[in-house]
Unconditional design. Structure first.
Length: 437
């Protein structure tokens, strides 16, 4: 190479020097080198493109860059691929968010369902516990000590009775509730004085047989002659007096002690049969309970003022309920027996409607008792009500009301009822015992 060419070559850029060759005329272009360089550049570009595609797939973003035949196309392809990759990424982000929202919604729904299921299970468990607790209280016969009439014999504290050649076994699946209607508008004493708490004006002993589902009600006359525990004005025990059963409520505090005193007298009358539950109500409770089930419709057995006409159907609401079950002609010696017939009619109608309401909502009796709690004295608590209500509605066929035969006589200017002892004892066997024969 001549010195002149060497000097010229120094001024040629390095990128161009590789494709410039010297000839006789000076310098020329090496087209083979250019072709090789172009081929090499294409291989490098394709390699880079494959690398970008691989990276895009790994990140769930797929781009499709365009390719051209010159350098500008290479830049445009790169830009286009970047834009497409960004667009796909946005779409994937949206899908991811939608998927995330879907998962979140499902989780919320599952949580709600789990909470509802937990509440339902909790209610079922609570209901079962209440039933079991109520059953235990209602059928508690640990202190059984039943008495008999002279013509019968008993064994094992009354668990077995032999009468008229037949053997009877006590049925532990029968429970009793004593309902007491008090002839006062408030359950309390006047000036805290014993004897002013009112009288037991209506008495009904309900017996539920859990085995057969039968409900029997013994109608007890308020005038029944029975031994009653008495107390002084200051509340001290004053012994036993043979008098009207209704007075047993007066000898007490007008509340629990009075109700329990009635319970004691009724147990004496019923040969000491266990009665674990009682409910005493004042006069205000009658209309309150009556209206809680929408009133009671029946055919009137009496004619009183413009309120009732004998033989006509009437919907009893409000104060009409008290009027219907309490009215009596005091000039007639046995007027209480006539009143008891109306009470029994009313109880049947009321019970039938209450049972229907309870079938639709098993908590109905609880609601009624809670709404009337200001007018009640009772140990008929939530557990006992739950058991009894849920059991009776299964095969309820009405109240079988039993009237005890006896005689009404006058004693010291008062009407007293003397029940027939044999009939009363046979009623006891019929309700609370099972005959082996």
């Amino acid at each position: 190479m001549s010195e002149q060419n060497k000097s010229r070559r120094k001024h040629i850029p390095k990128q161009v020097a590789d494709i410039v060759v010297e000839n006789e005329d000076g310098f020329d272009i090496d087209w083979d080198s250019i072709e090789n360089n172009v081929e090499h550049a294409n291989r490098v570009r394709r390699s880079k493109h494959r690398h970008r595609m691989s990276s895009s797939l790994q990140s769930d973003s797929i781009g499709y860059p365009t390719t051209g035949s010159n350098g500008d196309d290479k830049d445009n392809s790169s830009k286009s691929g970047t834009v497409l990759n960004h667009s796909v990424k946005i779409d994937n982000d949206k899908k991811s968010k939608k998927k995330s929202k879907g998962i979140t919604a499902k989780k919320v729904l599952l949580i709600i369902l789990a909470v509802i299921l937990s509440i339902i299970i909790g209610l079922i468990i609570a209901f079962s516990i209440l039933r079991k607790t109520g059953m235990k209280k209602l059928f508690d016969y640990n202190n059984l000590n039943i008495q008999t009439i002279d013509d019968a014999t008993t064994d094992n504290r009354g668990k077995t009775i032999v009468y008229n050649g037949k053997t009877y076994d006590f049925n532990p699946y029968v429970t009793s509730i004593l309902f007491i209607g008090v002839d006062k508008e408030t359950l309390d004493l006047v000036d805290n004085t014993v004897g002013t708490g009112g009288q037991a004006d209506a008495l009904y002993l309900l017996a539920y047989n859990a085995t057969s589902g039968n409900v029997k009600v013994v109608s007890i006359s308020r005038d029944t002659l029975i031994d009653v525990n008495t107390y002084t004005v200051s509340g001290d025990y004053a012994g036993v007096m043979n008098t009207q059963l209704c007075l047993s409520y007066a000898y007490g505090d007008g509340k629990d002690l009075s109700a329990k005193n009635v319970l004691t007298s009724v147990r004496r009358m019923m040969f000491n049969i266990p009665i674990n539950t009682y409910l005493a109500m004042d006069l205000k409770a009658i209309s309150k309970m009556n209206d809680s089930i929408g009133g009671v419709r029946l055919n009137s057995m009496i004619t009183v003022d413009d309120i009732f006409t004998e033989g006509e159907d009437v919907l009893i609401k409000g104060d009409m309920a008290e009027k219907y079950v309490r009215y009596r002609d005091t000039s007639v010696l046995d007027s209480n027996n006539n009143r008891m017939q109306r009470q029994q009619q009313y109880l049947n109608a009321f019970s039938a409607k209450l049972v229907e309401a309870t079938k639709n909502d098993v908590t109905t009796p609880l609601k009624i008792l809670n709404d009337s709690s200001d007018y009640l004295i009772t140990n008929f608590d939530t557990s006992r009500v739950t058991y009894l209500a849920s059991s009776i509605i299964q095969d309820y066929s009405g109240l079988n009301i039993i009237n005890i035969p006896g005689d009404v006589v006058e004693k010291e200017g008062k009407a007293v009822f003397i029940p027939d002892e044999t009939s009363l004892f046979e009623t006891l066997l019929d309700i609370y015992y099972i005959c082996r024969d």
